[in-house]
Design a protein around this ligand. Structure first.
Ligand code: SF4
Ligand code: SF4
Length: 310
């Protein structure tokens, strides 16, 4: 995998529909520093990227200390940050540029970013034909597993970041112990976690996606019962859409869900913190400080010329 995430909190300033961390559903956690240091230590030797992620990681009260420890232990070229750049946390911009070689920004300020219906379970989608081999073919081809990350959260280490947050949400089984080299496991060792998580998850199912700005979650009746048991705040608030008979669509009919990769738009998000982004040879976004926030917020020379001569 390209990245392993360390999820330091599931608190967020938003409560997007079908959030992969189920923000707004439960009381948030803030990772304890001893456990966090163990998580970072376990990644020593990992050749790719370690992500600091949430929820919104900047909301962690020890964010600066978290950055310092990761930088000293793993080195800048192995560190990425996933953030919305929330208002009121701009003072972290120096720390961010000093610590991370990559930042992945998505402040959900555009409506064309879509989220998969995670809580429409594959168990329910295939309720009438549970032995249908298509189900496990789809799971084997899950886009999250193919393109996103493994993860460490307070429950342990997981092969899939969504499996990790499902386990947090449903008080599910613990992950693997957070110990050096846990990430060397191979897919044939994922069986127990796949068996527990992928049955409850809808990400691998070609089901229509929802705009992230819609704060409701799509759920299947079996997961609705489980959400009741864990006293989901979103269920209590009526912010769920229950799918009794979810319909698979062709992959071509699915809403495009990666509009957040638009570099020009990401520059505008970064500019809120007085940061500009350089696209690296790996296609990621490296942060640099602008001299001052107002300079970063100004339109580029190109945009000024375009406005003048159009
Ligand atoms: S910004 Fe991200 S973490 Fe926060 S609620 Fe939205 S999807 Fe979830
Ligand atoms: S839990 Fe399974 S189905 Fe869900 S995103 Fe992870 S790999 Fe895909």
């Amino acid at each position: 995998m390209d990245t392993v995430q360390i999820e330091i909190t599931d608190a967020c300033v938003f409560r997007c529909g079908n959030c992969t961390r189920f923000c707004g559903s439960k009381k948030p956690f803030y990772m304890e520093m001893d456990y966090y240091r163990r998580a970072v230590d376990s990644m020593v030797g990992y050749p790719n990227m370690v992500g600091i992620m949430g929820g919104e990681p900047l909301l962690h009260p020890q964010f600066a200390e978290i950055c310092d420890y990761a930088l000293a232990t793993l080195g800048k070229k192995h560190l990425g940050l996933w953030s919305t750049f929330p208002a009121g946390y701009e003072h972290h911009r120096d720390t961010i540029c000093r610590t991370f070689d990559y930042i992945f920004l998505n402040d959900h300020s555009r409506g064309d970013i879509f989220h998969s219906p995670i809580l429409v379970s594959s168990d329910h989608v295939f309720r009438n034909d549970p032995e249908n081999p298509l189900r496990w073919q789809l799971i084997n081809d899950c886009w999250v597993q193919n393109t996103w990350s493994a993860s460490i959260n307070p429950k342990g280490a997981f092969f899939c970041e969504v499996a990790a947050s499902l386990s947090m949400l449903f008080d599910g089984p613990a992950g693997w112990p957070v110990e050096p080299g846990w990430w060397r496991r191979m897919p044939w060792q994922y069986g127990e976690q796949i068996e527990w998580a992928c049955r409850r998850c809808g990400c691998a199912m070609p089901l229509q996606r929802r705009s992230s700005q819609d704060e409701r979650d799509d759920v299947s009746p079996d997961n609705l019962i489980q959400l009741g048991l864990v006293k989901s705040k979103k269920v209590a608030a009526g912010d769920v859409v229950v799918h009794e008979a979810p319909q698979l669509v062709s992959k071509g009919e699915l809403a495009y869900h990666q509009a957040y990769k638009d570099t020009a738009w990401r520059q505008t998000v970064a500019a809120k913190y007085g940061i500009f982004l350089e696209v690296t040879d790996r296609g990621f976004w490296r942060p640099h400080l602008q001299k001052c926030i107002s300079a970063a917020s100004r339109p580029s020379a190109f945009a000024e010329m375009q406005a003048k001569y159009q």
